[in-house]
Design a protein around this ligand. Sequence first.
Ligand code: FES
Length: 127
Amino acid sequence: MPDVFDTGLRPEELDPERPQPFDTPWGSFSLFHVAGEWRAWQSFCPHMQAPLFGGSTCDEAVTCPWHQWRYSLATGAFLGAPEGDDATERGRLARADVRLGPRGTLELVFVEPPRNVRGGFRDGGLS
Ligand code: FES
């Protein structure tokens, strides 16, 4: 299984205001424009698999559109849930590195075995 996934898109072809999901060999990852750079995090929420690319982003964090749990787009860490929510299954966002490939397109580079990544992934976990 390849460790690099070419998005086929140049940075200027992406809208920094709209996270872009991609189906990679390791599951779905989305490019988020954070602090002036592109970062790739798992596309679906560790809680109940809502599309995080449809959430809102602010201050290097994404808020899930379904139950408003927040995750860091700097570290992938869980940041908080609305008061009263049981967040024991909070999880952590899996990431991929992002680099500019030889064709001038953004490439995602496999970093760690993701958990809770919908769409199948390398180690045969969730699918
Ligand atoms: S599905 Fe994301 S917080 Fe519930």
